[in-house]
Design a protein around this ligand. Structure first.
Ligand code: ZN
Length: 305
C-alpha cells in the first residue's frame, strides 16, 4: 500500500508538475521566438513587422499563381513553376489580342490600307518588283511609271500615230517660227538599261532615279514619249531651260491640241515620280490630252492611279 500510495502521490505530484513545465516551455517559446526575430531584424519592431507582412503575400501569390496557370495553360504542359511569372505577364496580352483583332479588321478596309498603299503609288519603286508579262492599260491608255513597268520584251518601236501627231505639231510650230525636233523617242529595254546604268555610275542611284527610269519603267519604251527640242538650240535639249525658251513655251501651250501632254510638270514630282522635264511629252490623244491640260492634271491624277 505504501508503495502504491507513494506511487499515487508521485503520480499526483507529476500531474501537478506538467502544467508548469508546459507553461514554462510555451512561455519560453513565446519570449524566445519574438526575441530572436527581433534580434534578426536589428532589434527594430517596425522592421520585424514589415518582414512578417512581406513574407505572407509572397507565399500566397506564389501559391495562387501555380494553380490557375496549370489549368489554363494546359497546352503548355512542358512549362514548370519557374516560367510562371512570365506566363502571368503573358496572360493579359493573350486575353487582349482576341479583343483587338476583331476591332482592327472592320477598320482596315475603311482607313489603314488607303494612305500607305496609295501615297507611294506612282512616285517610288516597289522593292523587288518583277516585270510583268503584259503591259498595263487603264481606260485604254498605256501606262509606264514607277509602279507600272512594261514587259522587258515590249518592243513596238516608235508609235506611228504619235509620230504623225508630232509632224502636225512641228508644222504648226514652224508657221510660228519654231523648228521643233524630237531628239529622242522610242528606246528599247536594252537601251534604257545601258543609259540608266551610266547615270547611276555618274550620279548615284538616288539622283539617277529622279531623272532617269530603270529599265522596264521608261515611258520611252512605250514608243509614245517624245523628247522635244528646237533645232540649232541643242544647249536646251533635255534641259529645264527649254521650258524658258519661246519654243519651249509654245510647245507647253499647244501640245495638247495635237494629243501630247507635258508628262512631268513642275511641282508634281510627288505624283509622277520624276522631276520637272520641260522637254518630255507623251502622246495620249487629243481628247484626254486637252482634258488633262484644262484641269492641270498629270496622267496619274487623270487616271486615278
Ligand atoms: Zn523623255
Amino acid at each position: 500500500m505504501q508503495s502504491s500510495k507513494f506511487r499515487y502521490n508521485n503520480k499526483n505530484k507529476k500531474k501537478k508538475k506538467w502544467p508548469i513545465v508546459v507553461t514554462v516551455i510555451v512561455g519560453g517559446i513565446l519570449i524566445i521566438v519574438p526575441t530572436v526575430w527581433l534580434g534578426l531584424h536589428n532589434w527594430d519592431i517596425d522592421e520585424s513587422l514589415v518582414a512578417i507582412s512581406l513574407q505572407q503575400p509572397q507565399n500566397e501569390s506564389n501559391d495562387n499563381k501555380i494553380e490557375p496557370q496549370k489549368n489554363e495553360d494546359s497546352h503548355s504542359g512542358v512549362k514548370d513553376e519557374v516560367s510562371d511569372p512570365k506566363e502571368e505577364t503573358e496572360e493579359p496580352e493573350k486575353t487582349e489580342t482576341p479583343v483587338e483583332t476583331p476591332a482592327k479588321t472592320p477598320d482596315e478596309p475603311k482607313e489603314s490600307p488607303a494612305p500607305p498603299v496609295e501615297k507611294p503609288a506612282n512616285n517610288t519603286y516597289i522593292p523587288n518588283q518583277s516585270l510583268p508579262e503584259t503591259p498595263t492599260f487603264k481606260n485604254g491608255i498605256l501606262i509606264a511609271n514607277k509602279q507600272n513597268p512594261l514587259p522587258a520584251d515590249y518592243n513596238k518601236g516608235e508609235d506611228v500615230q504619235a509620230r504623225e501627231a508630232f509632224n502636225k505639231m512641228a508644222a504648226a510650230a514652224k508657221l510660228d517660227g519654231f523648228d521643233l525636233v524630237a531628239f529622242s523617242t522610242f528606246r528599247s529595254f536594252e537601251r534604257q538599261e545601258t543609259l540608266y546604268n551610266q547615270y547611276v555610275a555618274k550620279d548615284g542611284q538616288e539622283a539617277a532615279d529622279r531623272y532617269s527610269a530603270r529599265p522596264g519603267y521608261s515611258e520611252h519604251q512605250t514608243g509614245l514619249a517624245f523628247d522635244i527640242g528646237e533645232k540649232n538650240y541643242e544647249q536646251h535639249w533635255a534641259s529645264a531651260s527649254f521650258g524658258d525658251t519661246p519654243a519651249g513655251q509654245w510647245v507647253a501651250q499647244n501640245a495638247h491640241l495635237y494629243g501630247f501632254i507635258l508628262r512631268y510638270p513642275l511641282g508634281k514630282e510627288e505624283v509622277t515620280g520624276y522631276m520637272h522635264e520641260s522637254w518630255h511629252f507623251r502622246y495620249i490623244g487629243v481628247v484626254p490630252a486637252t482634258d488633262m491640260f484644262t484641269h492641270k492634271q498629270t496622267l496619274e491624277e487623270y487616271l486615278e492611279l
